[in-house]
Write a protein that binds this ligand. Structure first.
Ligand code: PEP
Ligand code: MN
Length: 384
């Protein structure tokens, strides 16, 4: 059960203390307090865990200082979408909005190799009017002898170059808790001219200690990849670790699952689950066609599989696309064979624009065909 408090009620205020006092007398129930920071205000929410079936929802809703009570129906209580749950979803970070209504492309280097490639990549993004990017500094590799990424050493020139090209958010994987501080320090040293969305890679989806550390910090939002060999439900539960530690600014990314049934693709593409994640949770949903498809094959219609897969995700309502591009894929140190070139970026952007428009048209057509009673409530369908 979630108690959403009136906007002026926060820890330390008499009404808050009175609510906590009331709850302390309910046996078998423990309370966890979350401060939810919005653009205009900070709301306090109290999550009740344990034997909540015995609680009187009406009585709690009547308590002074309680605005609303939501009974949670799923395991992922904070990130989940529940019945009668009109909590706003989505968030804003560094001037960019992310919700189930928005759309952003994050294109860039799978792994940062040198400054020239970073500069050229950011310049290509800026030329397309893009304000988000991906850049891998810390690379989890299958072999210990493979290039592991330049780590903290490349952050100064990555952040400086991003800022000079107007890039506002960079998706960057972290594989260890200490990388969060390294990124914070390097951003500050570069004058905070850009921002970072911490990426949890598919190999770390269930690295719960890493998730807790990322969840405890409030500076950076998170791009959370589904696990490659676990169920969707297990991945959603893992994402909930971030929120249960206090960070609700999470984008959920589908990137395919490991199965030879997906061959010749690198992974079995799972983008049919975009609407499933949107229905079960309030998280914006990302698709990563590069790591899902993993190769640059052309189909007889003259369109590459990576394009087809990306568009399939977007036409199904994805809010974000993560894609590998590289100025010289032949020289890339990681995942060159799946990277699009910078010259190919405009066509990719155009393809996504067509797909996004198709999605919005499909949605309008379906809305017209449904009776008003069947349509989602405004808070479900509007950006936060
Ligand atoms: C990546 O995006 O660079 C990456 C390693 O992806 P994944 O964790 O999905 O394999
Ligand atoms: Mn990669």
């Amino acid at each position: 059960m979630i108690l959403i408090l009136d906007e002026q009620v926060h820890p330390g205020t008499p009404l808050f203390e009175a609510i906590m006092e009331y709850l302390s007398h309910r046996s078998g129930v423990s309370a966890r307090v979350h401060e939810v920071k919005g653009d205009l205000q900070t709301l306090t929410e109290i999550y009740l865990i344990g034997d909540t079936a015995t609680l009187d929802r009406e009585e709690i809703a009547e308590l002074a200082g309680v605005d609303r009570v939501v009974r949670v129906s799923r395991e992922y209580r904070i990130l989940g979408r529940h019945k009668d749950d009109f909590r706003p979803s989505g968030f804003e970070y560094n001037g960019v909005s992310f919700s189930q209504e928005t759309f952003e492309l994050f294109a860039g280097l799978c792994a940062v190799d040198n400054r020239d490639h970073v500069d050229r990549t950011f310049r290509a993004l800026a030329a397309q009017g893009l304000r988000c990017a991906r850049m891998g500094a810390y690379k989890p590799r299958t072999s210990p002898y493979a290039f592991q990424g330049h780590g903290a050493a490349c952050l100064p020139f990555v952040f400086e170059s991003a800022a000079s090209h107007g890039v506002r958010v960079i998706a960057m994987e972290v594989t260890h808790e200490k990388h969060i501080q390294e990124i914070h320090d390097a951003l500050a040293a570069a004058g905070n001219g850009t921002g970072v969305m911490l990426q949890v890679g598919t190999r770390n989806t269930q690295n719960f200690e890493l998730l807790k550390a990322i969840g405890r910090q409030h500076e950076f939002p998170v791009l959370f990849k589904r696990g490659f060999g676990i169920t969707l439900e297990e991945s959603l539960n893992a994402a909930e670790y971030l929120a249960s530690e206090g960070n609700q600014r999470v984008v959920f990314c589908l990137r395919g699952v490991k199965s030879n049934l997906g061959e010749p693709h690198r992974n079995l593409v799972d983008f049919a689950q975009v609407p499933v994640v949107r229905r079960l949770t309030r998280m914006p949903v990302c698709v990563d066609p590069s790591h899902a498809v993993g190769r640059r094959d052309l189909s007889p219609d003259g369109i590459e599989d990576i394009h087809h897969a990306a568009v399939q995700g977007v036409v199904a309502g994805a809010n974000m696309v993560l894609v590998d591009i590289h100025p010289e894929p032949g020289k890339a140190l990681v995942d060159g064979p799946q990277a699009l070139t910078l010259d190919e970026l405009p066509l990719f952007v155009e393809d996504l624009r067509i797909a996004r428009e198709a999605y919005l048209k499909r949605r309008a057509a379906h809305e017209r065909a449904r009776s008003p009673a069947e349509l989602p409530k405004p808070a479900d369908s509007q950006p936060a």
